[in-house]
Design a protein around this ligand. Structure first.
Ligand code: MG
Ligand code: MG
Length: 258
């Protein structure tokens, strides 16, 4: 059963989303050549701590996972698509890093992700990231009452496929609320006009995942968490938590500039 959120609840979710936005900005600012993924996790922990927020990632253990997740961010480097566990790995020049973060504040969850290049970027990586952001923007635009889940899915898929990028099947967005993963699923590819009708009060995490080679293949790494591309090509992942309101889509995890 999918819970529709009141305007007051959406305001509360926006506060959780602001914490996520701040954490991601802090991580991006701290991410430079030589910095380790564990150090970036500590940066995000500090932002959550200061805000009095907890992490819905820390200790999370879905059915596929062999171990509880040990961190407050997922840090996925280069051919890692999502769910990368922060390790002592130190960032190198030109690494493509995707960071996913969640925060729980006053019982409400926000969930968001960014991708960016550390140091000198390859043009191909910039194009991948720019396309991921464009797919997310198109999907947010489709997140209006009267549309359906398939319209969001189609918006993501169309932008990714038109640019020639692959889409890992079986992973995508989801409802968000008091828990990080609620109904409904929000696929990254689909048919317009199909699926659940969108209604004011629905809050969705929309999260395009793109594979640079144009192939869709991926596998779980040895740690049981990290998803990597089968052909070693690079991947990008971006995400916002978005509320569907009477007056249109409202992004709850926007990163406010300092
Ligand atoms: Mg996320
Ligand atoms: Mg998510």
């Amino acid at each position: 059963m999918m819970e529709l959120k009141t305007a007051t609840s959406i305001d509360a979710m926006h506060e959780a989303g602001r914490v996520v936005g701040r954490a991601l900005t802090a991580v991006q600012n701290a991410a430079r050549v030589g910095v380790s993924l564990l150090e970036l996790d500590e940066v995000a922990r500090e932002v959550l701590r200061e805000a009095g927020a907890s992490s819905p990632f820390l200790g999370y253990r879905p059915s596929f996972a062999p171990t509880p997740f040990p961190a407050v961010i997922c840090a996925s480097v280069n051919d890692a698509i999502v769910h990368g566990i922060p390790t002592g790995y130190r960032l190198r020049d030109g690494d493509l890093l995707s960071v996913d973060c969640g925060a729980e504040l006053d019982g409400w969850v926000g969930d968001s992700a960014i991708s960016f290049v550390v140091g000198r970027p390859r043009p191909a990586d910039l194009r991948l990231v720019e396309t991921a952001e464009r797919a997310l923007a198109a999907a947010v635009e489709a997140a209006v009452a009267g549309n359906r889940i398939g319209d969001i899915a189609h918006a993501v898929g169309r932008v990714c496929r038109t640019a020639g990028f692959g889409i890992p099947q079986g992973f995508g967005g989801h409802g968000v609320g008091r828990r990080m993963h609620e109904e409904p699923e929000v696929p990254n590819e689909g048919r317009p006009g199909r699926g659940l009708p969108l209604r004011p009060g629905m809050v969705l995490a929309i999260e395009p995942m793109l594979i640079a080679s144009g192939k869709d293949g991926y596998h779980a790494a040895e740690d049981g968490w990290t998803l990597r591309t089968d052909d070693g090509s690079r991947a990008a992942h971006v995400e916002h938590t978005v509320a569907i309101t009477e007056s249109g889509p409202r992004i709850l995890t926007a990163r406010e500039t300092a």
